[in-house]
Design a binder for this molecule. Structure first.
Ligand code: PLP
Length: 479
């Protein structure tokens, strides 16, 4: 059936196609293991198969869905595949998908409380539930953004507002009265912080990278020395970003040692727990957030390890007033009588309209419950310890970093005289090209390092054994 002349698809057609598509999604998950994890196409392959001009007349949903199977699926890298172990392995879940579907149906733009009271209030409540699950301080209020990159950018903007140098009003350029403002991160911090610093006009010179210890954690003494030195040079240290769960190794910066340095120098402490924050819902891992009760802000990504479809990042902040001061700008057409009594989302960020993201998180949290979420994350960490033990016990492999959570950094190191970087690169490409699993890499102490991240809701011990066998097969064929 082609589209009607006016108006939307009929309710009858929507019901029929909608049911078929839900069936399609269920079938996709049922058969996902038969698909190659990494899209087996070359750059440009999909574009070459798509018409270069838009359709003149509407087409039937049947025809569109046919193309989904024929063109789109082969061009997907399957993040929901249980053998996806690259980057930070993350996955959606059925309740999350249904939440996303509903949010598209409601299509609310939560810029003001009144344009979506449900979104605004559900967000506040859901984020308070998550705060409790993670054992964070009640003084931390949450707000949802799309990604951790954007959450951290907002946190640093609030920190900059807190320096009271009228930057909002007068900007930073052409101001001889303004010293160099400095943000501190470890050498292992995520590139999103540097991008935020660039975006906020602080310049790359405004970011100082602090060395890490042998376990890839920020060296707190080096941080203290750097701040002292910068102050002697007339700079204005104003923000430290500590990482709980770094991208390369999931190392955890010593927040309890960083807090007093921030307090002594009146610097804002932002914690990037984009990946590892979710692990704090497991009571025995809550200690990873030790010290964060004294942080000014913290970002965690339910879209990473809390089975919530991309995108949903949460910024917890102790100073919502500063975030609002940094971003609120209310033109006449957005003034409402209740504005003093409610939270208007657009006051707290760059965006005006905001998606109804809380719905999917609310559905995930209610469906699995605190215990269910904790059990899944705990199991991922058990599987990671198991894999790490195999690596450790094998004479052909070695661990290159501690395994505090569910990420293993390792490499092949057979006795034979070989270039280990080239060997490990070949092993990784072999595994990835097989389509049976996907790994990614990093560089640690100048060694090419393989990363195996376990975080997908469908991953079981069988998948972890399979990738271990696959790695050993590749090693045997490479030496
Ligand atoms: N911070 C850390 C520690 C990360 O590992 C990542 C991504 O992996 C990010 C920030 C950026 O996340 P996002 O894609 O949500 O911006």
């Amino acid at each position: 059936m082609n589209s009607p002349e006016f108006g939307d698809m009929s309710a009858e057609e929507f019901r029929r196609v909608g049911h078929e598509l839900i069936d399609w999604i269920a079938g996709y998950f049922d058969s996902i293991e038969s698909l190659p994890v990494l899209a087996a196409i070359e750059p440009g392959d999909l574009k070459a198969q798509l018409p270069p001009t838009p359709p003149e007349r509407g087409e039937s949903m049947e025809k569109i869905v046919e193309d989904l199977d024929r063109l789109i699926v082969p061009a997907l890298t399957h993040w929901s595949h249980p053998s996806f172990f690259a980057y930070f392995a993350t996955s959606t879940s059925a309740p999350g998908i249904l939440g996303e579907l509903l949010s598209a149906a409601f299509d609310n733009k939560a810029m003001l409380w009144r344009t979506s009271p449900a979104s605004t209030e559900l967000e506040e409540v859901t984020l308070d539930w998550l705060r409790q699950m993670m054992g964070l301080d009640p003084g931390m209020l949450g707000i949802i953004y799309d990604t951790a990159s954007v959450s951290s950018l907002h946190a640093i903007a609030a920190a900059r507002e807190g320096v009271e140098r009228r930057i909002r009003e007068e900007g930073m350029s052409g101001r001889p009265d303004l010293p160099l403002l400095r943000v501190y991160v470890s050498e292992q911090s995520h590139s999103s912080i540097e991008k935020a610093v660039i975006t906020l006009g602080l310049g790359q010179r405004g970011l100082r990278k602090i060395p890490t210890d042998r376990e890839f954690r920020m060296d707190a003494r080096a941080l203290a020395a750097a701040v002292e030195e910068d102050k002697r040079n007339g700079y204005l240290p104003f923000c430290v970003v500590a990482t709980v769960g770094t991208t390369s190794t999931s190392s955890i910066d010593p927040v309890p040692e960083i807090v007093p340095i921030c307090e002594e120098h009146a610097m804002w402490l932002h914690v990037d727990a984009a990946y590892a924050g979710s692990a704090a819902v497991v009571p025995e891992f809550r200690h990873i957030l030790d010290g964060c009760e004294r942080a000014d802000s913290l970002v965690t990504n339910p879209h990473k390890w809390l089975f919530t479809p991309f995108d949903l990042s949460v910024l917890y902040c102790r100073h919502m007033d500063l975030l609002k001061r940094a971003f609120s700008l209310v033109p006449e057409y957005l003034r409402t009588p209740e504005q003093e009594k409610v939270r208007n989302g657009s006051d707290y960020g760059i965006q005006l309209g905001r998606r109804f993201r809380a719905l999917k998180l609310w559905m995930v949290m209610r469906y699995f419950g605190h215990e269910g979420l904790a059990a899944r994350i705990r199991e991922h960490c058990r599987l990671a310890r198991l894999f790490a033990a195999w690596v450790d016990e094998s004479p052909d492999w070695e661990l290159l970093a501690p395994v505090p959570l569910a990420l293993i950094c390792f490499r092949a190191c057979p006795k034979a005289e070989v270039d280990l970087d080239a060997l490990n690169e070949a092993i990784m490409h072999g595994v990835n090209a097989s389509g049976r699993a996907l790994l990614s890499h990093t560089r640690l102490n100048d060694k090419l390092t393989l990363r195996l991240s376990i975080g997908n809701i469908r991953t079981t011990e069988r998948h972890v054994r399979q990738v271990w066998d696959l790695l050993n097969e590749q090693l045997r064929s490479a030496v």
